[in-house]
Ligand binder design. Sequence first.
Ligand code: USQ
Length: 390
Amino acid sequence: MKVMILGADGYLGWPLALRLMAKGHDVIGVDNFATRKSVEEVGSDSAIPILGMPDRVRAAKDIHGYKMKFHEGDITKYEFLHKVIKEERPDTVVHFAEQRSAPYSMINAKHASYTMSNNIIGTINLVYAIMELDPKIHVVKMATMGEYGTPNFDIPESAFVDADINGKTDRITTPKFGGSWYHWTKVHDTNNLLFANKVWKITTTNIFQGPVYGTRTKEITDEKLHSRFDFDEVWGTVVNRFCAEAVLGIPLTAYGAGGQIRGYLSLEDSMEALNLLIENPAQRGEHRTANQFVELLSINDIADIVKKAAKKQGIDIEVQHLDNPRVEADRHYYNPKIKVLPDLGFKPKLKMADLAPQLIKDLIPYRQRIERFRDRIMPHTQWRRVENAR
Ligand code: USQ
């Protein structure tokens, strides 16, 4: 299969390129290196050093014999995206090329509008290019579990639900309530994909993935093949942050009461799940919704797991409960359904408690490098504004 990955330089994009090549697929990467620039903009860097793309491609060839093609460019420029898809004619386009940080989107108006335009325009351009060039191409789009918010009902794995409004029934789109401007861009993308499917029968798999953690996949066998690893308050996600904090001896930064529950999965399990969804495409003309996570855990559960994992590495670490910089429920019901991936044979390999000690071990050699960005750990980006603080 020929697979184009938009966002091939990212935390998920690079390991997915390696996984697909390991499975014998042809991979064409596309990226404009926006994440590298935006992490630098907030004064941080990947905890684990990563090579530039030409060196990454060379290392994949030298170490595993994989041959990957790469195009540098911005998919919000329609002519560029249209040209690469026309030239390469992939069977599948994986769309990861979005601004993926909730805090980054909440910094100020400039960052919110960049997130909105970058994410929504990129997705619109993709569905137009596919409609014009070949609607048979399978679009695999990274959505997020965060689109649903934390509702007091079971989260379905479906784009539509039955609703009864004042005695009249109809199918309506599954209710969503994002927790940041970033999460709302994903909601808007989902709506736009549904409309593209309705009018042009674009074949889509929309993946509602929870937060991913980890440093390793089966193919990351050499330091030249590492994926980026962010840990600062803007770009780091909670599990990776806690592990980096443990390495620096900073008490783990649980926001609020720590009862926030999400569906987590390791980088390796994410790759396996994505590979299954790519190798088993949606039916022609179908809009398929897949929820993607392995374990439902609260922030307090994660703090406990990382604290124990750190202990195994000889690090004693405390947990601090900070005023939550976000506006979110920190005690709530959470029960998302998951059936599509298990039906495809998805069997998660690793639980967080098994993987966390290794994750911390992998970061220890980079302690000094992470130390340089110690002042980027504590949360500064506030959801609330002074004038409406509650
Ligand atoms: N949190 C802490 N302490 C920290 C950092 C985060 O308690 O030091 C809490 C947050 O308040 C939140 C939870 O951890 O309740 C998750 O936050 P996160 O920063 O790990 O993840 P989030 O902002 O939701 O976004 C990440 C990725 C995003 C992806 C999403 C999946 O950046 O691209 O879409 O995870 S999900 O969370 O299911 O929406």
